[in-house]
Design a protein around this ligand. Structure first.
Ligand code: PMP
Length: 388
């Protein structure tokens, strides 16, 4: 075993895993490929007759007026378009990590990363309200998944202490999508350091919205995180996701995350879209201020109307907890009849007895939209006896 001096335990482990694969001739690579419609491709700069595409009927994108083609294969099987590498470099630089890997979706990234990093003897410790994809990844890895109370540092400390000495992954959403709450990641990072846990943060609802140039909560809080995950499907109005961290982490994940290795890469057109949208979002401080302002106004107005309102300042999410699932559906229906659409979120997405109406504000909304919606929700709530 090669010794990698001066590295923390997690990095040392990553390097060891990569060494084992390398010695067995099992290293997978994401070779940059530019495919042409005639069955050939530039592969790492050499024009080849290309037999690694699953486009069995050829390129349909050539018959369309806009580029509509897919990637043709998994990232490690010939589907890594040159654009993907360029974007990964750009994005890693933007979020301030050594490297990043683009995944097909946020769901796939979470499932893949947890499955790749956790082993049977690992304990995955997560917030009670973590996204389903994190839980699914832990289940797939066959590790034990243990929850602590939502955003509760003392409970997280208690759970971590119960598993001291074991290999632990501590994982949290940065912003909780159904609650609009913000995870105490600085305190969690300190706990992770104390017990030697790998710390993973999912920036799905914070990316683009929070932090300098929308870089996310980790960038805003400046705390040490081993694995950063985020999706391009929310604030960035695109599709796909990223895993960012050290280059050993990214190499390891690209070798071992099954959702990465065994699923077709993002279509290049989507990658181009993501590239354009993320660049635009970086400069969109005005939009960030507008959406956060709307959410703030909404929370205040709805609380004044007597609703049980949640969602923290600094997120785009507003939550009205009703409790009863049927009443929540009635409120959603009454709001709809007044021209406002918001989602009734019920179990199993949220715990029993905490059904809610979830409103996500956007920068596309006007002040008038926000005021009209608040008035409609108040009117609907009064009609249903839910508020004053
Ligand atoms: N993580 C969190 C916290 C999410 O809310 C979501 C989307 N609901 C995902 C991951 C999955 O992302 P995607 O929709 O890109 O698969």
């Amino acid at each position: 075993m090669r010794l990698h001096r001066g590295l923390c335990v997690f990095e040392q482990w990553l390097h060891e895993q990569l060494d084992v694969r390398e010695r067995a001739g099992l290293t997978r690579t994401c070779t940059p490929v530019h495919q042409y419609a005639d069955g050939t491709a530039d592969v790492s700069g050499r024009r080849c007759i290309f037999f690694a595409s699953n486009r069995y009927l050829g390129h349909f994108s050539q018959t369309q007026t806009v580029w509509t083609g897919g990637a043709g294969a998994s990232r490690v099987a010939g589907g890594t378009h040159v654009l993907l590498h360029a974007f990964e470099e750009e994005w890693a630089h933007f979020v301030g990590t050594e490297a990043c890997v683009v995944f097909g979706s946020g769901y796939g990234a979470n499932v893949g990363v947890l499955q790749a990093l956790a082993q049977r003897d690992t304990v995955v410790v997560g917030d009670k309200y973590n996204h389903a994809s994190i839980v699914d990844g832990a289940v797939l890895s066959r590790a034990r998944y243990v929850r602590y109370a939502h955003c509760d540092i003392e409970d997280a400390r208690r759970v971590l202490a119960m598993h001291a000495g074991k290999r632990i992954i501590l994982v949290t959403d940065a912003v909780f999508g159904m609650d609009g709450t913000i995870a105490p990641i600085k305190a969690l990072a300190a706990l992770a350091r104390d017990v030697g846990a790998i710390f993973v943060v999912d920036e799905a609802h914070s990316g683009g919205v929070i932090g300098p140039s929308g870089r996310g909560l980790v960038a805003a809080e400046l705390c040490p995180v081993d694995v950063r995950i985020g999706t391009f499907s929310k604030a960035y109005d695109s599709y796909g996701a990223y895993v960012a961290g050290s280059s050993a982490l990214c190499r390891y994940v690209a070798q071992t995350a099954r959702s990465f290795v065994y699923s077709t890469a993002l279509p290049p057109a989507l990658m181009t879209q993501t590239m354009l949208h993320t660049r635009e979002a970086a400069g969109a401080d005005d939009r960030r201020a507008r959406v956060l302002g709307h959410a703030r106004t909404m929370r205040n107005a709805l609380a004044q109307a007597g609703y049980d309102v949640g969602g923290e300042d600094g997120t785009a999410i507003v939550r009205i907890v009703i409790g009863d699932a049927r009443k929540t559906v009635e409120l959603a229906r009454a709001a709809y009849e007044r021209g406002v659409f918001a989602l009734a979120v019920r179990p199993p997405t949220v715990p029993e007895g905490s059904s809610r109406l979830r409103l996500s504000c956007t920068a596309a909304h006007t002040d008038a939209h926000v005021h009209t919606a608040c008035a409609a929700l108040r009117d609907a709530g009064v009609a249903l006896g839910l508020c004053r």
